[in-house]
Design a protein around this ligand. Structure first.
Ligand SMILES: Nc1ncnc2c1ncn2[C@@H]1O[C@H](COP(=O)(O)OP(=O)(O)OP(=O)(O)O)[C@@H](O)[C@H]1O
Ligand SMILES: [Mg+2]
Length: 456
């Protein structure tokens, strides 16, 4: 059975920690089990396979570090975050050498917990995609590309030309504009379609793990390396790898990646032999790479390697003609998923509002808006303004100016940061409501806040 929610196991002998951590993560949407001893934890792990575990370092009976070793022996994929008091930070740091991903020092603010669990989950997802069999059905996120605007057609024209090539492609676009969607399109239309499409989020992956996740490691390469492990590139042999958020790849990783792109070979961590792979590399980002090159945060040589073919995914506000088409598409899609007949159509007022809105969160935001409308208003026969969030209808009433397409150029980063700050101000720092206001998920909100350093 495929669980619908990510599972987190929390082991701590302090009741208050179990309660507050459990409460927070449950609210965030995780399935949480809290237990008070290592022994209970092992019993649980014998029967269950959570994605993420939080272990207290000091436990009565078996301690957290011993538990870590035993837990990883049962589930080598398990991603563990240690929790420790100030007095035992050294033990927690040691635990990272033994295979823990991260540690939290008690007492920790809950937003630190959120970030740690979110990262842990990203690592878990990428580990698990390696162990999934390739006979699984195609990812459902690979679907028809919807759009009819000029900007969209220009992009599709570029895609048509590059699908058959083996070239590395750099996919640029604002958050939620469809970069991953485009990457999947390239893969599933190419001759590589029957081989794996694997991706890694370079921003969420902690630096000390990145190399071994990408290239794998040999047994004994570091304390935790109990067995040889295949990396992403090896597992994707014959297929495609998407390096998402490439702008956040640390410099050390950039050097290794450059070598891979130039020579099509790499070494596992701790390995001496070279491995050759046949992988098509796609890279995506919403940051301005040219700027990062200037700042010295991104290698110029890697940038030139990646920048050979470049696909720019236009923001939704630059292809307003697509809004109607996409809205209908998502109404049909979401209704289908909810097992309901779709509404007949979109009322004029609602359509106007949808088309006038600036869509800072792009296609993803539009999808969320439609989804929310259909969930909150089951059985509607047409989509009307009152089914839409106030943000969207207010824009129309106030005749709010649509952000000019010429004029002063703000970087995407600045704009995104500004929007987040504004939303947080409006909601007095309530992240859930701010996320709603922006039409993005709470996970995305937290992730973006973290990216812009707004979370502490
Ligand atoms: N042309 C399209 N037709 C149909 N659905 C689309 C299209 N473009 C994007 N989507 C949908 O919009 C959502 C966001 O797309 P995607 O995840 O690819 O964005 P992204 O640019 O990778 O975002 P981020 O910067 O946050 O990583 C997804 O649900 C995707 O399926
Ligand atoms: Mg993406």
């Amino acid at each position: 059975m495929v669980p619908t929610r990510a599972r987190v196991l929390v082991i701590d002998d302090e009741k208050l920690i179990r309660w507050s951590v459990g409460e927070r993560l449950t609210r965030t949407g995780f399935e949480v089990v809290t237990l008070e001893s290592a022994e209970q934890g092992l019993e649980h792990l014998a029967e269950h396979r959570p994605e993420v575990a939080l272990f207290d370092v000091r436990l009565p009976g078996m301690d957290g570090v011993a538990l870590l070793g035993r837990a990883l022996a049962i589930h080598p994929d398990l991603v563990v975050v240690m929790m420790s008091a100030h007095s035992s930070i050294d033990v927690a740091v040691q635990a990272m050498k033994d295979g823990a991903l991260d540690f939290l020092v008690k007492p920790f603010p809950l937003n630190q917990l959120d970030v740690a669990v979110e990262r842990a989950l990203a690592v878990s997802v990428s580990r698990r995609q390696l162990t999934q069999s390739s006979s699984e059905p195609r990812d459902e996120r690979h679907g028809a590309m919807v759009g009819a605007s000029r900007a969209f057609k220009v992009m599709v024209g570029t895609l048509d030309k590059l699908v058959a090539s083996q070239a590395t492609v750099l996919i640029l676009g604002e958050s939620g504009s469809g970069k991953e969607f485009v990457a999947r399109n390239i893969h599933y239309r190419s001759a590589r379609a029957l081989k794996p499409f694997l991706q890694i989020n370079c921003a969420a992956m902690p630096e000390h793990l990145l190399e071994s996740e990408l290239f794998g490691h040999e047994r004994g390469a570091f304390t935790d390396a109990h067995a040889r492990k295949e990396g992403l590139f090896e597992a994707a042999d014959g297929g495609t790898v998407l390096l998402d958020e490439i702008g956040d790849l640390p410099l050390a990783g950039q050097a290794k990646l450059l070598r891979l792109l130039e020579e099509r070979r790499f070494r596992r961590v701790g390995g001496s032999g070279e491995i050759a792979v046949d992988v098509r590399v796609l890279a995506a980002t919403n940051v301005n790479l040219e700027e990062r090159v200037k700042d010295g945060r991104f290698r110029a040589d890697l940038f030139f390697r990646l920048n050979v073919i470049r696909v720019e995914v236009p923001p939704l506000r630059e292809r307003r003609e697509d809004v109607g088409l996409m809205s209908s598409h998502f109404m049909a899609r979401v209704s289908h998923d909810l097992g309901r007949p779709p509404p007949r159509g979109i009322a004029g007022g609602a359509m106007e509002a949808l088309q006038a809105y600036a869509w800072p969160g792009n296609v993803r935001e539009l999808r969320n808006v439609i989804e929310r409308a259909l969930i909150l208003h089951p059985g509607i026969d047409e989509l009307r303004p009152e089914h839409l969030p106030a943000e969207i209808t207010r824009h129309r009433e106030a005749g709010a100016p649509v952000p000019s397409e010429g004029g002063a150029q703000l970087s995407l980063q600045d704009t995104e940061r500004k929007l987040i700050v504004e939303a947080l101000e409006k909601t007095l720092g309530n992240q859930t409501r701010a996320a709603k206001l922006l039409g993005i998920s709470r996970d995305t909100m937290r992730y973006r806040m973290h990216k812009h350093g707004l979370d502490s």
